[in-house]
Design a protein around this ligand. Structure first.
Ligand SMILES: [Fe+2]
Ligand SMILES: [Fe+2]
Length: 323
């Protein structure tokens, strides 16, 4: 049976053999109690991710050892179900030449549309009037050197905004949430401008922390240094090149970038020390958490359970009815 999108596979297909074309994004080799090696694969297309069991791993080790980082594969597999989730047991796997498929059919993309996202960014950019802050944004975001990456990268490896234009959508969400709080609480114009700059820059270094899609993974730089340090480091260097960059703005913006995870145990080296930094932290959480819940519920749409399984980053399961 030929399947166009992974999400089309449902319980009506249980125990049927299906054939799918997808991106192979993860291969985890595991060992059974009887010391036999097998592989847990994760495949994805624009519609969803799916787990695939591959029991014949030992006989085909060479196939996996020769793979690049994100490869397009054709899989023939038997449809099964595990903990309410559809999964496949792979019977046959073959590489496809990437020319045979359109990458855009395999990578999930923000459904906001690039035009809307870019207009949104401009809207907030135009609110920043102080020349030194504008110059910082010009050099870090609106420059040929970085804009292509900034506008296409995902915002996370998994959990939230892990799709094409994901970083752009996340940054725009954070800007919207933060700006609403800033105007509701009547922050000064200067505070609002700093907050906008911090929102733009807080996850900027994800363009160095992650590999570009369709590869899903960290770069060496990302693994060794992380986006918090990299973002603050680069921002500080650019600020120091801008003549007369206000010292207080520099400290506040850098503290915002460094403190945006909100807690030392979540990877921030310092805590948010200003009201702007605290707003950024909360806006960042709302954007990430809500997106992770919504996409998790969509992923689990097809199971008939009333509640989703437990969403690990939120520590609970979610009620699926009433949508
Ligand atoms: Fe972050
Ligand atoms: Fe973020």
């Amino acid at each position: 049976m030929d399947i166009k999108l992974l999400k089309e596979i449902n319980k009506n297909h249980l125990n049927c053999i299906v054939e799918v074309v997808a991106l192979l994004v993860e291969v985890k080799v595991r060992t059974t109690k009887t010391e036999k090696q097998y592989a847990d694969l994760i495949i994805q297309d624009t519609s969803k991710k799916m787990e695939v069991k591959y029991w014949e791993y030992e006989d085909n080790k060479q196939f996996f050892e020769g793979l690049g980082e994100a490869t397009v594969v054709k899989i023939k597999g038997m449809v099964g179900e595990y903990q309410g989730q559809i999964q496949l047991t792979c019977k046959q796997i073959a590489l496809l030449d990437s020319h045979e498929v359109r990458m855009a059919d395999l990578i999930p993309t923000s459904d906001w549309g690039l035009d809307t996202l870019q207009k949104g960014l401009r809207y907030f950019y135009d609110k920043v009037e102080a020349p030194h802050l504008k110059s910082l944004l010009d050099q870090m975001i609106f420059t040929e050197e970085y804009y292509e990456r900034f506008s296409t990268y995902p915002a996370a490896r998994s959990v939230h905004h892990n799709f094409y234009h994901g970083l752009l959508q996340h940054v725009l969400e954070v800007l919207k949430f933060a700006y609403t709080v800033a105007t509701t609480k009547k922050l000064t114009t200067r505070q609002q401008e700093r907050l906008i700059v911090m929102c733009f820059l807080h996850d900027w270094a994800k363009i160095f922390e992650y590999k570009p899609l369709p590869t899903i993974g960290f770069t060496e730089e990302g693994t060794m240094l992380g986006h918090i340090f990299l973002g603050a480091h680069k921002s500080m260097n650019v600020m120091e090149e801008i003549e007369g960059f206000d010292h207080e703005d520099k400290l506040i913006i850098l503290n915002g970038i460094l403190g945006h995870h909100g807690k030392l145990e979540y990877g921030s080296p310092v805590l948010p020390k200003t009201v702007e930094a605290q707003i950024l932290h909360h806006a960042d959480c709302i954007s990430g958490d809500i997106e992770s819940i919504l996409s998790f519920m969509t992923e689990q749409e097809e199971s008939e359970e009333t509640f989703t399984s437990k969403l690990w980053n939120m520590g609970t399961d979610y009620y699926k009815k009433g949508r």
